[in-house]
Design a protein around this ligand. Structure first.
Ligand code: UN1
Length: 490
């Protein structure tokens, strides 16, 4: 295999304050599978033990350093991320197949997240109350959760880690980070940047490699005070079960089957454009991607045509090309899985307005943007989370049925409503069982200063980002200060 590696990131895993060389597994470039995109170092059980021990040792001093020192370090990291935008973007495009434009946007997003939490570090960290005893000063104060495991997916190799690691560090926690293998190159780059910015070496541990090697030990480790995870429902469930005995605080961001409702009065051209972006952006590999378009009957045919035309206009191809809109999927397994869903839908006789042809993995892990029209809401393609560029249009008799169909899923991550009538948009928004609702916007996207997360099977009890991040990464202490003896407060 040919190597196509731009300027190399550090080699190895980062444990107990230093980079450790390890055996590696080679990963293919999703766009050109004959090329090696990265060599992922493989950690073992001892590495996990050492990482937890180091984080435990480092956590108190990192907290003592103070919020402003921590914020300053995150600010420096944000600047370094921005300065190295091209290198970081190229790595993502090479390893996970994200188009270069999407990769650049993600680097900027990661920098914005780091900046946000740098400032957030110095925000109020408690409340003052009046005590029933007038002489007593009564307040609450947040302290760090302690040692946190961050388990991150491949679809946002920098942004999702940034929105877990930046708040964890900002609020004084130490970290053991386990990224998905194919995102480990970006993880090594971001770790190196955070260390260069001044994060104490033992406070940030990076263990990479297949979960089968050490994953169970990590998620069940009694030294972890919290685990923040983004990924599949299956792995989320595993984390829930395996961590019962050690009972860390859990933040779980799981799957979605996100609906976009199109009402009769919507600006259909705008809605179609926005839906194409929400469904096909990043090859549909976002847990927020639009999987179901629920259109009311009078405009269903028209919006279907507009969406089909929008999809036809997408350029599918080499993710390094400036003009590509849709790149390959992340792996041969992902391509096979999504293609199997499509083949099953073909067998079931569904109407395709775009896509449907199976591609050979040797030519890159591509799946053509696929659009199914007038799908029955009970069809497998509309019910399961198909993690790729596949979206289905379901026709609803009226607005009430559209809402029922939108909510008829075990998931509840994000949802969109398209209408010119903002009253209807807000009214539907309130009744949608989703953690995030967009009125006249794509189901995708998340700004760093507001909470993000799903309802029902899409998430756990803790939201990410915004002030919700503070709630997850800190714990409260309530302190009563009484004057003692006979002294009284004036
Ligand atoms: C976004 O839509 O920009 O893994 C954020 C995911 C989600 C984050 C999506 N946890 O796709």
């Amino acid at each position: 295999m040919r190597h196509a590696v731009p300027e190399s990131p550090p080699e190895g895993i980062h444990v107990a304050g230093r980079w450790r060389r390890r055996e590696t597994i080679s990963l293919p470039n999703p766009a050109l599978p004959a090329e090696v995109s990265d060599l992922c170092p493989v950690a073992d059980l001892d590495d996990v033990e050492d990482a937890v021990a180091a984080a435990t040792e480092a956590a108190p001093a990192w907290n003592e350093a103070g919020a402003f020192a921590r914020g300053e370090i995150l600010r420096r990291a944000a600047v370094l991320v921005s300065e190295r935008r091209e290198l970081l973007a190229e790595s993502m495009t090479l390893t996970v197949g994200k188009t270069i434009r999407d990769s650049r946007a993600e680097v900027s997003r990661a920098a914005a997240i780091l900046h946000h939490f740098a400032a957030e570090a110095g925000q109020p960290k408690g409340e003052v109350y009046e005590s029933s005893d007038r002489d007593t000063f009564l307040f609450t104060e947040e302290s760090p959760l302690g040692v946190v495991g961050a388990i991150t997916p491949w679809n946002f190799p920098l942004a999702i880690p940034a929105w877990k690691i930046a708040p964890a560090l900002a609020f004084g926690n130490a970290i053991i980070w386990k990224p998905a293998e194919i995102a480990s190159r970006s993880a090594r780059q971001l770790t190196a940047i955070l260390l260069e910015a001044g994060v104490p070496p033992k406070a940030l541990n990076l263990v990479t490699g297949p979960s089968s090697n050490f994953g169970d030990r990590l998620i069940a480790h009694p030294g972890l005070d919290g685990i923040t995870f983004t990924g599949s429902n299956q792995v989320g469930e595993l984390i829930r079960q395996r961590s019962v005995a050690s009972s860390p605080r859990l933040q779980l961001e799981l799957g979605g089957n996100n609906p976009a409702i199109v009402l009769a009065d919507a600006d259909l051209e705008f809605a179609a454009r926005t839906i194409v972006t929400g469904a096909m952006g990043q090859s549909g590999q976002r847990c927020t991607a639009t999987r179901r378009i629920i259109a009311v009957a009078p405009i269903a045919e028209r919006i279907g045509q507009l969406i089909a035309a929008g999809i036809e206009g997408l350029e599918v191809g080499d993710p390094r090309s400036e003009s590509s809109d849709v790149g390959p999927l992340s792996s041969a397994a992902a391509q096979a899985e999504v293609s199997d869903h499509i083949d099953q839908a073909i067998e079931e006789g569904h109407e395709f307005l775009a896509g449907g042809k199976r591609r050979r993995p040797d030519d890159g892990f591509y799946v053509d943007p696929t659009f199914l029209f007038d799908v029955d809401a009970s069809a497998a393609i509309a019910r399961e989370e198909v993690f790729g560029p596949v979206t289905s249009l379901i026709v609803a008799a009226d607005t009430d049925q559209a809402l029922d169909l939108a909510n008829d899923t075990p998931f509840g991550l994000s949802a969109a409503v398209f209408t010119e009538n903002l009253h209807d948009g807000l009214a539907l928004g309130r009744r949608l069982e989703a953690g995030v609702v967009h009125v006249n916007g794509p189901t995708t996207g998340a700004e760093p200063h507001v909470p993000f997360g799903g309802r029902k099977a899409s998430g756990g009890h803790f939201r990410e980002q915004g002030r919700a991040a503070r709630r997850f990464f800190t714990k409260d202490k309530t302190t009563y200060v009484s004057p003692g003896g006979e002294r009284k407060v004036e």
